[in-house]
Design a protein around this ligand. Structure first.
Ligand code: HEM
Length: 413
């Protein structure tokens, strides 16, 4: 066989290829080994895969911007902007799309609401919900784990915490999926701005009256906290509150759903780890960190360069896009011994699944609490959660690691 055929170098240009989406660990491991800071002409930006560089990228707020409405992302937004004004205006208030100092202002809306101590009060309710949802699945031949457990638990928790009444929660998943297509750069979805725009409109319509009601009748919920929050004597604008409530509805369940689902898949591949967790429930904390590292819900996040600088010997120019691939960093063998092994006792485990720096996930303590309770309960009650879906498929996008479906059987102990 001619050498060109047998040794054709793999192309790393199509980040939405089958290999990149379905088997990102192998794909990005190879890229990290060959070129840890790689210029991708097709995406028109740098792909960063080494742990040290990804960490540095997240922390470099001076030279790397998160502002989707400036720099090279602005064109995507502007092209669609005039038709989807409301979508763009609301996303323009999302804290994760902004830089300092406006980011600091927006983040102070919720800074204290998600500390480990604040979310601890939710633990009994999370335990009760976990038990009742899991018990309803007992004895069934097939369970749609995403729809019947992994989605339901976090959506109820975040909706209750925010103060969104049960009768208004029905469409949250569909609307979040539509917003996700915009936020996660979904491939092959030409209508994403259209459907995302409609979803944003409907979410805003749902949340606006609740915000207005809480202004007059405050309750013990997060929306009331946001409406009455003050920064240096100033209140927040109504649209700032509404858009960040939408962000929390979206970020608060989509990612946690994927954490639970990806964890179930990891345990299915490493059944010994399931038994370890069942035998020692104290491992729930490190087990969840290991799921986050091994197959976390966010695969990569984009930034753009405000000024030229060097990263591992490559020159990044002003306005270049930079993709920080957390999934690759979390499998970097220099930082994680036996990185491709799933070890529920792994410690220390300084993964980058929640990002780093000023944008570090504000909801991390809540996501951790939910996932710890979910896995502890399932491992205690069931000898296995067997994956039945023969060919697992993941959403074709750059950012999230999200299964399109997951059918399982829960085996009795
Ligand atoms: C396992 C679940 C979760 C994962 C893996 C995750 C991941 C992340 C990551 C990587 C970021 C950083 C974004 C960036 O640097 O551009 C982030 C930010 C954020 N997350 Fe999460 N998240 C999760 C759960 C949650 C939950 C439960 C909530 C809300 C209740 C939430 C709300 C947010 C918000 C509001 C931000 C923006 C913070 C900022 O820009 O200052 N997330 N998340």
């Amino acid at each position: 066989m001619p050498e060109t055929l047998s040794a054709a170098p793999q192309s790393f240009d199509d980040l939405l290829s089958e290999a990149a989406v379905q088997t990102p660990t192998e794909f990005y491991n190879r890229l990290r080994e060959q070129e840890p800071v790689y210029w991708n002409p097709r995406w028109n930006g740098w792909i960063v895969t080494g742990y040290r560089d990804v960490m540095a990228g997240f922390r470099d707020h001076e030279r790397l911007s998160s502002d989707r409405f400036a720099g090279p992302f602005a064109k995507d937004m502007a092209d669609s902007g005039s038709r989807y004004r409301q979508l763009i205006d609301f996303m323009n208030h999302w804290m994760f799309t902004k830089d300092r100092p406006y980011h600091t202002h927006l983040r102070s809306l919720v800074n204290t609401a998600f500390t480990p101590r604040s979310v601890e009060v939710l633990r009994p309710r999370i335990q009760q919900l976990t038990a009742s949802l899991a018990e309803s699945l007992r004895g069934r031949d097939r369970v749609n784990l995403m729809a019947e457990f992994a989605f339901t638990l976090p959506v109820i928790v975040i909706a209750e915490y925010l103060g969104i009444p049960p009768e208004s929660r029905e469409n949250l998943r569909a609307w979040s999926d539509d917003l996700g297509a915009v936020v996660f750069f979904q491939g092959g979805n030409q209508d994403r701005f259209e459907t995302g725009g409609k979803a944003m409109e409907q979410l805003a319509e749902l949340i606006r009256p609740i915000v207005r009601d809480r202004a007059r009748n405050p309750r013990e919920d997060l929306i009331s906290g946001m409406v009455h929050a003050e920064l240096d004597g100033d209140r927040f604008l109504e649209d700032e509150i509404i858009s960040n409530v939408v962000l929390m509805v979206f970020a608060g369940h989509e990612t946690t759903m994927n954490l639970i689902a990806n964890g179930v898949v990891a345990f299915d591949r490493f059944p010994g780890e399931w038994q370890r967790l069942a035998d020692d429930q104290g491992l729930a904390r490190t087990a969840v960190e290991e799921v986050l590292r091994y197959d976390g819900p966010i695969r990569a996040l984009a930034r753009w360069a405000r000024e030229p600088f060097e990263l591992s010997g490559r020159r990044i120019d002003t306005n270049d896009r930079v993709l920080l691939v957390q999934h690759a960093a979390n499998h970097d063998p220099t930082f994680f011994p036996h990185a491709d092994r799933f070890d529920v006792g792994r410690w220390p485990n300084k993964h980058l699944a929640f990002g780093q720096g000023i944008h570090t996930c504000v909801g991390a303590p809540l996501a951790r609490l939910e996932a710890q309770e979910a896995f502890a309960y399932l491992a205690r009650e069931f000898s296995a959660v067997e994956v039945l879906t023969p060919d697992l498929r993941y959403s074709r996008n750059l950012v999230s690691r999200s299964l399109l479906g997951l059918e399982v059987r829960l085996h009795e102990r």
